[in-house]
Design a protein around this ligand. Sequence first.
Ligand code: UDP
Ligand code: MG
Length: 332
Amino acid sequence: MSMTTLSLVVPCFNEQDNVRDFAESVQQELDPLSAWLEYEIVFINDGSRDATLETLKQLVHEAPCSITVVDFSRNFGKEAAIYAGLQNAKGDYIAFVDADLQQPIAVVRQMLEHLEADPECDAAAAYPQQRLEGAGISFLKRSFYRVINAMCEIPFHADASDFRVIRRPVAEAILAMPEYHRFSKGIFSWIGFNTWYCPYEVQARHAGQSSWSTRQLFHYAFDGIISFSTKPLKLATGLGGVISACSLVYMIVVVLQKLIWGNDVPGYPTLVVLILLMGGIQLVVLGIMGEYLARVHIETKHRPIYLQKARYSCRRGESAQQVEAPKGDRQA
Ligand code: UDP
Ligand code: MG
């Protein structure tokens, strides 16, 4: 029987106290499957400012399992890290897992076994059964899914994040989307394929703290909507239409007033309100167009999604350490 291969893609940003325990947890869960499964861990050091890289290099040196470390030249964000991980993953299956042990490896195993058993299924995604965050953030996240589902043609599964196991063809499909502004929830929905959703019990963060502030979450949500919907642009047309219709009605009213009662009221307040209202609406619409233009501007530069400073790797048991020259993602 030929072996099944699995690559675990793990983005790391300031995870010095997690990566070692993460690797141990992977070994504990996946080593018992060694009769049919070979696995590798692809860590992406996303510009960590703590000792994450040193810890990862040490792991490569010890070679407890097959490990690849991609070291970024700076922090490019989790989405870029996922892309780099995909480029470096060699497995038939690829799993995306956070380094903070919030997502149990047992669930990765469960998703993998489901895919192995069901050839019709291309990807498995796990969503948290209950959220650990406060009521405020939970409410905002739910609202976000309502808005994005109303605005985009593609459906978004509420709560399903990038905690997934995918087959090789799905990985190739994601790699074929080289956009700079990456929104993985959108990309996963856009590419299609049969996805199996399963609930899991999200764990508390092992060490360190979440690197997302509420402001960043807002930015991320906004980015997601702009990346996968052009509805906000059409808003201008709709708004313009409604306002023109109202103006037309008001014009008739004014003309009739003049004809019937003569021009006794100057209507100064109405004028000021209308000018301010129109100015405000125009600025908002211009702003929305600016957001799209800014993205077009960035995309046309064709900048690499990430820059790699170095790459380290080992096979299980061999501590051979190799370092490769710096490269960007688009040089191949
Ligand atoms: N992460 C990353 N780059 C970043 C921010 C986060 O690679 O700029 C990684 C982080 O190390 C972790 C995963 O993305 O493995 C999820 O991050 P976090 O736990 O902060 O997010 P949360 O679980 O709160 O959504
Ligand atoms: Mg986390």
